[in-house]
Design a protein around this ligand. Sequence first.
Ligand code: NAD
Length: 477
Amino acid sequence: MYTVAQLVGGVWGAGGDGGELVVRDPADDTPVSTVPVATADEVGKATQAARNAAAQWAATAPAERAAALHRAADAVAAVIDELAAAVTAEMGKPLADARGGVEAGIGTLRQYAELAPLRGGRTLNGEADALDFLTPQPRGVVAAITPWNDPVAVSCGLLGAALVTGNVVLYKPSERTPATGWLLARALDQALPAGVLSLLTGGPEVGAALAAQEVDVVAHVGSTATGRAIAAAAARTGAKLLLENGGSDPLIVDAGVDPEWAAEQAALGAFANAGQICVAVERLYVHREVADDFVAALVRRAEALRLGPGRDPGTELGPLVDRRHRDHVHGQVAAAVADGARVRVGGEVPDGPGAFYPATVVTDCRHDMPLVREETFGPVAPVVVVDSFDEALRCAADSPYGLAATVLTRSMSHAQRAWRELPVGTVKVNAVFGGAPGGAAHPRRASGQGFGYGPELLDEFTATKAVHIEAPGGGHW
Ligand code: NAD
């Protein structure tokens, strides 16, 4: 059992007068973590304490901050097993995936430690006796509000980039993975001056209290509804916003592709991490020509997945994060069935403890069903059969979200049309996951705003200042 503590003004164990939360293992409902809840007053005091620490960290040489981030990455690497176990215990994903997420986070910390000191401004060509340049400066106090689905990787990105560029950070991890956030903050804090990183814990009300503070940046990775509430709060304070929010990513299966291979890709995209990935495949537009063979192959793959607790090495599909979320996933499936869709495999809530939900394939779906249009965030593959690539592209583009999309096709012209025409941040052709290091994209519409990843995230946490210097009157320095 983890006993989480907050970190405020460089002091561990501060505050928590807002009560206590208990997180339960989604595999068996046993209690995993007890968590203090910050009051709004504590959030205000933590923000003031962070503000007091900001000037000194901003004035620290970039190379020194980078060295601190490297030491922080070492400290996280030293507790990699503990962190992976906490992720699995709190949100359920298979242990090997949880470890992969921690490794990704450590890699990101190291990348930012290497990249940040190399990034500068630029000089301008002004008058011969003047100096004109643009220089990036830390923004000041950053509120980082994070989700549970890949808690270490996501947090390391935001925290690493914000800290190494000279900002102080108020970190509010998800109430579903608070011990993971606490273990991460403990490791990072070992390498940082006191007060540079703060940890506040609790639920949505703590996030809302934080987003209402006079901070310089609010960086939120999470649902679209939360992102919108945070945007409204930031409109009042003037804080810069960075939002990486929900998605409903389409997968197009074109005529002429190998249905077995396409089903393998679809299963990976829809069922990995039990579908709880921002860029999971959420809706499938499949050409009529391959639809029957594709669905049969996808059903076989869904049936073959081994469902179980994330801590069992044989598990391929862990539980959903909790029963509240399972109700949401199953509710969307049940509504689609009531509206004429057909469950081909899965689609039933299993008996017994935990929040398990089977890999589910639903056919006879229509593009206008909420199961297709909204984010499900579960191991569900809703199939819409289409008669042409044009129709598939039109449906894929017709979404309130704009995170990512995948197209499986043998046609180079279809691939070209897909990446040019789809209004999303990332387009993948013939692979649901993957991409070169350093990839970063702008999510569109309800999926958020700003670069949440890649070297460009370093720019998000700095403000560019334009400087013009002339000699004093008389012409001599
Ligand atoms: P969530 O928005 O409910 O919670 C995320 C964080 O926001 C938590 O720390 C929570 O306490 C806080 N929060 C909740 N309500 C708040 C409010 N009113 N004001 C301020 N903070 C508040 O999201 P979640 O359920 O934890 O995560 C799942 C969502 O995250 C999915 O929609 C998924 O697509 C998205 N996600 C997006 C990306 C991306 O890069 N685009 C990555 C991972 C997850």
